[in-house]
Design a protein around this ligand. Sequence first.
Ligand SMILES: CNc1nc2cc3c(=O)[nH]c(N)nc3c(CCc3ccccc3)c2[nH]1
Ligand SMILES: [Zn+2]
Length: 374
Amino acid sequence: MARIFQIEKKCPQTKARTGFLFTRRGIIETPVFMPVGTQASVKSLTPEDVSGLGARIILANTYHLFLRPGHELIARLGGLHCFMNWPRSILTDSGGFQVFSLAKLCKIEEDGARFQSHLNGQEYLLTPELSMEIQAGLDSDIRMVLDTCIPYPCPYEEAKRLTELTHRWEERSRLAWQKNHRESLLFGITQGGMFEDLRRYSAKVITSLDFHGYAIGGLSVGEPHDLMLKMLEASIEELPEGKPRYLMGVGTPHDILEAVSRGVDMFDCVLPTRNARRGTLYTSFGKISIKQARYKDDDRPIDPECQCYTCRNYSRAYLRHLFMAGELLVYRLNTIHNLHFYLCFMERIRNAIRKGHFEEFKKHYYERKEEVEC
Ligand SMILES: CNc1nc2cc3c(=O)[nH]c(N)nc3c(CCc3ccccc3)c2[nH]1
Ligand SMILES: [Zn+2]
């Protein structure tokens, strides 16, 4: 498939690299963090907020939008970009993971994933062909093949069976995409559970199917941090160097740093937005929980080093008041801050790679007191 990724600079000591990803709707600098907009909205933010924070690509969910309001309705209204007024890039997941983690009575069959909607119990069969049809209706710029997400833990034989089923689904996804979705990009997803040999095998098979980019799936599913990194390394070794790698569902700033140094280019995680709504805020010296009594009369911003709209205009005391009073404004103010933190963090990573001092940047990050309450 056509080259849609350009590496600008590689780090001499690690596998970190910075570059550009080209989609139909714009250029994306990598390594990139992609805010999650599951139901066609990055919760509590307008598209102007999201774009103003520097995001150039967001994620949406095939599973959720298929069930509500339906991909045909969105297609009739001009596709997801028009529907949600977001003119930049959108990546849609195929629904495999959400069916597995959200739906009731999910049954994995040869033809697809049979499940009952978590909304009204109605039964559906999500096949590779249907997943690609939904993503076409949404008109997303980067589409994911339908895969099975292997649970953790999972016995070797079952992991092998699900990995091979995933390979068959990905081949069918690619064929369906070839029929009428050529204006978008298609990413494959490697599986293999927590077994190094299956990880290498899956990465080799998915590479041979030839995609625009490759996601490493089946991680960030509750496994220990070092196991995630070991499976990541085994997968990446078998993936083509010149194509983008997307580590699905990762992660904390720490995880992102470790994954970037192993050659990952794309990340998604609900942490910054979900933690914002829970009052957990990221700062340059660790996380703080704004609902704690110690912030009751604290007139400092969340993070004195932060230049975001929230830190320039509001105190911790005010944000704590809003949170305790259940005022909805705190969702937007906290989310602006946390997304700004993540997107700035990625910009600092890209700059450090460009300037050739990514290793020092990583060391400095760990030396700084982590998780201190301030
Ligand atoms: C939190 N951890 C996490 N691990 C994942 C593994 C997989 C995986 O093996 N296969 C697929 N298809 N998706 C995964 C996802 C969902 C990522 C996502 C969410 C929202 C929108 C778009 C994309 C994962 N998320
Ligand atoms: Zn801030």
